[in-house]
Design a protein around this ligand. Structure first.
Ligand SMILES: [Fe+2]
Ligand SMILES: [Fe+2]
Length: 292
């Protein structure tokens, strides 16, 4: 039986405040990614103010793993090759990598698991967004995927030692929902804490709402339902193709309502899964080849 540990909500909110803030470049790039379209020039202007990000972009596109025949010498071409989505990913890794890369003790997962899961969700969300019935920028979907589980980095410490009890208690219940168990133990959950963090990070509403509603997209305000459902489905794709070492893997309800927002026949879930695996391997190799 899961015991309520009586965690002070002030203590949890304090933990949100202790999370590092985004760099200016990461913040501005996310802002651009949330817009319907953005020009290369705008991206370049943001990136060139961040020396570390600029040099990292050159390192990635010119790495052996990226596989270009001729070296890239201008920032514009570098950004072009990577795409908005990967520039955002790099900026997040460089500014709040410590949030993503640590070991989540509360979920008994491996170090780096949160980042890998968010990256897989992002790739899947972009694929799914291509079949969205309402017009939706695929880079917005990607960035929302990257951010969706960020609250886990905050709640993890308060879930320490609870995973086995949660799994045992879920075995005896009919409706599987890890989120509810988090709520029972801490009085909050990783979606809500991610939403708190999105305020601290000044994230655009698309991302804040996708984070808050990614497990129950039917509860999102109408104008954010499409993005919430896309991230919701992408999360499942990521859990299906991922390493599943996290204690909550697949222990959520799938809301079939996504069919209202996504042209499911055109989508082809099998294809999304294999695309996700493929792109994940490519970008993960490129990124890790420059990290050390
Ligand atoms: Fe989640
Ligand atoms: Fe997730």
């Amino acid at each position: 039986v899961v015991q309520v540990l009586g965690i002070d909500s002030a203590e949890i909110l304090k933990a949100v405040e202790e999370v590092p803030v985004l760099s200016d470049s990461a913040s501005q790039l996310l802002m651009l990614a949330s817009r319907e379209d953005q020009s290369l020039l705008e991206l370049e202007k943001v990136v060139e103010k961040d020396v570390n990000l600029t040099s990292q972009i050159f390192k990635v596109v010119n790495s052996a793993a990226f596989g270009l025949m001729t070296p890239v010498k201008t920032l514009g071409r570098g950004i072009n090759y990577l795409g908005v989505r990967n520039v955002v990913g790099l900026a997040l890794q460089m500014s709040v990598g410590s949030v993503y890369n640590g070991r989540l003790m509360g979920y008994e997962s491996e170090p780096g698991e949160l980042w890998n899961h968010c990256l897989q969700t992002a790739i899947a969300a972009r694929e799914i967004a291509k079949c969205s019935k309402t017009k939706l920028n695929t880079d917005t979907a990607y960035a929302a995927g990257l951010l969706h589980d960020i609250g886990k980095a905050v709640i993890s410490q308060f879930l320490f030692g609870t995973a086995q009890d949660i799994l045992a208690s879920i075995e005896h219940t009919e409706s599987v929902d890890y989120l509810m168990k988090e709520e029972e133990i801490t009085g909050t959950n990783h979606s809500k804490l991610g939403f708190e963090l999105s305020k601290r990070w000044n994230l655009p509403q698309d991302f804040a709402q996708a984070i808050l509603h990614h497990h129950h997209p039917d509860q999102a305000p109408d104008e954010f339902k499409a993005i919430a459902y896309i991230v919701h489905l992408a999360d499942f794709v990521a859990m299906m193709v991922g390493s599943m070492t996290s204690s909550d893997a697949m222990l959520y309800q799938l809301d079939e309502g996504y069919r209202e927002y996504i042209d499911f026949d055109e989508l082809g879930l099998e294809r999304v899964m294999s695309e996700t695996c493929l792109e994940f391997r490519q970008i993960h190799d490129s990124l890790s080849s420059v990290r050390d």
